[in-house]
Design a protein. Structure first.
Length: 300
């Protein structure tokens, strides 16, 4: 028996080597399994975090609505909502932003009037209404370079002129583009000229010009920080939080205030414009409206 056992052990030696090789493969497979399991755990943790955030936001929203219904249980009337929309002239929902020829009807005007002049003369006159090009008025502008060279004051002036008449509105499309192109070209030339200042030029400049140059350098640093360009140390990464509009007053509540802002500004006017809110009232009335059913069991 001992001889047979020895011969069987010799035969089984190469099989043991094969088992070692297979054991190495199994170790690599184990490593991949462990890596996959760690990835799955991370994915599960991310899902849990997202779910907890969703639950937290839902609960805070419920608490805010409860506080709002307790402290300010009123909502706007339909007529007051429509009147507010009509009275708001600065509303962003303006039809001529999408349709340039909104309510435009070709008419004949008197020759002495502005509307009766040819289009080229009328556009040249509208160009002169902007004071940014005259007597160094360009230096007083506050540039918003992060929004692709769009200036608030210029666009506000274009909007006020285009609200006068549909014909002027159509002309302001060309005039506004020309204004923006000229201002962008002037600003680019200004940036290129500031990099060419030397010590001799610094001595020859006046105090006002030196202040202007220092302000431009500060504006350039602020622009780099806003856009996150190389050299920006404190660039904004988190988006700004803006509260949603309230369904009862159509305004934004500052700092999550549960009370509507118009009720704080003018309580008498708020009471005249609103009615008692019906939100959550149907749930309490359903138990009286819906008849309770009866369960009948047959003992057959």
């Amino acid at each position: 028996m001992s001889a047979t056992n020895k011969s069987s052990a010799k035969k089984n030696k190469p099989t043991a080597k094969k088992n070692k090789f297979t054991s190495k493969i199994s170790r690599s497979q184990k490593k991949t399994r462990i890596s996959k399991s760690s990835r799955a755990r991370k994915q599960d943790q991310d899902r849990l975090l997202k779910w907890r955030l969703h639950v937290h936001r839902y609960k805070t929203h419920q608490l805010q609505t409860r506080k709002h219904n307790e402290l300010c249980p009123r909502e706007l009337l339909r007529a007051s909502r429509n009147s507010e929309r009509r009275a708001d002239t600065r509303n962003h929902k303006i039809p001529w932003l999408t349709d340039a020829f909104y309510r435009y009807v070709p008419r004949l005007y008197k020759r002495a009037s502005l509307l009766g002049l040819p289009t080229e003369l009328r556009q040249q006159i509208l160009e002169l209404t902007f004071d940014g090009f005259l007597d160094g008025g360009l230096h007083q502008w506050q540039w918003d370079r992060a929004s692709k060279w769009k200036m608030r004051d210029l666009h506000a002036w274009v909007g006020t002129l285009s609200c006068l008449c549909p014909l002027i509105r159509i002309d302001m499309q060309w005039v506004g583009r020309k204004w923006s192109d000229i201002l962008v070209a002037q600003e680019k030339n200004r940036i290129e000229s500031t990099s060419l200042y030397t010590e001799k030029m610094w001595d020859q400049m006046t105090e006002w010009e030196r202040e202007l140059m220092l302000r431009r350098q500060e504006d350039r640093k602020a622009l780099e920080q806003r856009l996150g360009q190389p050299g920006a140390k404190n660039a904004r990464k988190t988006p700004r939080y803006r509260p949603h509009k309230c369904w009862a007053c159509n305004e934004r509540h500052p700092q999550n205030d549960p009370v509507c802002p118009p009720s704080r500004r003018d309580p008498a006017k708020w009471k005249a414009m609103t009615r008692p809110s019906t939100k959550g009232r149907m749930n309490s009335l359903l138990q009286y409206i819906v008849p309770a059913g009866q369960k009948i069991v047959f003992n057959d």
